[in-house]
Write a protein that binds this ligand. Structure first.
Ligand SMILES: [Zn+2]
Length: 464
């Protein structure tokens, strides 16, 4: 919630500040979020502006509670396009806050989260210096931030290789022995082969297919560097580069450590490294391990050799799977969904389940316009469970399952309450279930999700 206070109450004793402080009414708070927040809607603009002008008339400023330490101060700005600006020297909003980004900038974030239709150009021309943010070891990477080109390439490869879909349950009952056995699933080498075929269709530099200089085994790191050196001319005006994709346990900023015995770490000391979901840090990053690592390899600064110049790490389900997840909380949700499918399969035969991890926004793309005053909601559900009847692929049952992180964050919960109805509308999926794996009562939460999935699927199965 936003708080308002008289602008000259600042810097006085805390007693005076307390006297002048007042919480904004819930209505006004919502009006401002809907009309001027990052996902501002045209129909709420006018009401939000009127509220801003009212605040300005009464010489009141606002304080946002999105950040625990220092609270951002918002100054109302009058005029035809009445809005807020951050007070000079004020703390920034949290990246997830409604007021963290103006709608125009949010549009460009949405665009970076949309599906890539054609090729992805990673190359830069020789004439221009390579875009390499030197000195930055770890860059923030977050679902509320712009997705980098390298991250977009990784998501595109996984999506086109269909590795963000998994048949569930993972354990099925063997007809003869009546015992549960693991379903035969794609081995890691088969998944990597699927990535290489998906790379066949994408040009990453004019005339160069991503697959030509893509290796999926770190043992070939030096071979890849050698072949890049030898093939420089093929890239023409563009700087040559290759790609290395593998499963990593972590990075310390100097090296990326592949999973597997006897694997040599990949040096990345001169590279810009992004780890999804992590704050920029130089300490070892293992919080969401394991990761799918995608490294971009190109000429070193002196131009006489090749090295990793950029890397992106995104968490995956486990070290044998390229199924992406965003967090450990999502890994917990995955397990419950799997159990629920197993439970339903035991009760009713003839249903098949397929879990999808959507990687791109399902909302329509708007043009990039930094001055835009509104922005559509960016719609990427955490999971969509698809259920079909055997021999009937049409009209599947679909259930959105959202993992709720940040259990005790009121703003987060309020935001989700607003976005979930919109998510249902955009996807046309009526079932949306929440899982709170970080709460006090994990067992109860898990069995509640399991029962809700089970009930919906069984009822759907019977109605068919
Ligand atoms: Zn804020």
């Amino acid at each position: 919630m936003l708080k308002s206070f008289r602008k000259n109450a600042q810097n006085r004793s805390s007693h005076t500040v307390a006297l002048s402080e007042e919480a904004l009414s819930e209505d006004d708070d919502l009006t401002l979020r809907l009309g001027l927040g990052r996902f501002a809607k045209p129909e709420h603009l006018e009401a939000a502006r009127a509220t801003v002008i009212g605040l300005a008339d009464r010489e009141r400023w606002l304080q946002c509670d999105c950040s625990k330490e220092q609270q951002p101060i918002m100054v109302p700005v009058r005029g035809e396009r009445a809005t807020f600006r951050l007070k000079e020297g004020s703390a920034d909003h949290d990246v997830e806050c409604d007021f963290a980004r103006p709608p125009g900038y949010q549009r460009s974030i949405n665009r970076s989260l949309s599906r890539v239709e054609g090729n992805i150009n990673l190359g830069s021309r020789r004439a221009r210096p390579p875009s390499r943010p030197r000195g930055i070891r770890q860059r923030h990477s977050h679902s509320a931030e712009k997705r980098s080109t390298l991250a977009r390439l990784l998501m595109t490869l996984i999506d086109r290789a269909a590795l963000n879909r998994l048949e569930l349950p993972r354990r099925v009952r063997d007809q003869e022995s009546q015992k549960f056995v693991w379903r035969r699933s794609l081995s890691l080498s088969d998944q990597l082969a699927a990535i290489r075929s998906a790379a066949n269709g994408i040009e990453v530099s004019p005339g160069i297919q991503a697959s030509r200089f893509l290796k999926t085994d770190t043992a070939y790191f030096n071979d890849l560097k050698d072949s890049l050196l030898q093939s420089r001319d093929e890239f023409g005006d563009y700087i040559p580069f290759g790609l290395m994709l593998f499963i990593a346990s972590h990075t310390d900023g100097n090296e990326i450590f592949p999973v597997g015995d006897g694997r040599c770490p990949i040096p990345c000391g001169n590279a810009s490294v992004r780890v999804f979901g992590e704050e920029p840090r130089t300490v070892e990053q293992t919080a969401r391990s394991p990761y799918i690592a995608l490294c971009l390899i190109s000429e070193n600064a002196s131009g006489d050799g090749m090295e990793v110049i950029r890397a992106y790490l995104h968490p995956c389900l486990h070290k044998g799977s390229l199924f992406p997840v965003d967090s450990n909380a999502e890994r917990s949700t995955f397990k419950v969904i799997d159990k629920a499918c197993e439970w339903v399969a035991g009760k009713q035969q003839g249903l098949s389940f397929d879990l999808e991890k959507p990687l791109f926004s399902l909302a329509p793309v708007e043009d990039d316009n930094d001055n835009a005053e509104t922005c559509t909601f960016c719609c990427i559900p955490d999971f969509i469970l698809h259920c079909t009847r055997d021999q009937q692929q049409e009209n599947p049952l679909e259930i959105i399952i959202e993992t709720m992180g940040f259990e005790n964050d009121q703003n987060y919960s309020a935001r989700k309450e607003r976005t979930h109805p919109e998510m249902k509308m955009r996807t046309g999926i009526q079932h949306l279930l929440l899982h709170r794996p970080l709460g006090q009562n994990l067992e109860q939460e898990n069995s509640s999700l399991l029962r809700r999935i089970g009930r919906i699927a069984l009822k759907w199965g019977e109605d068919g």
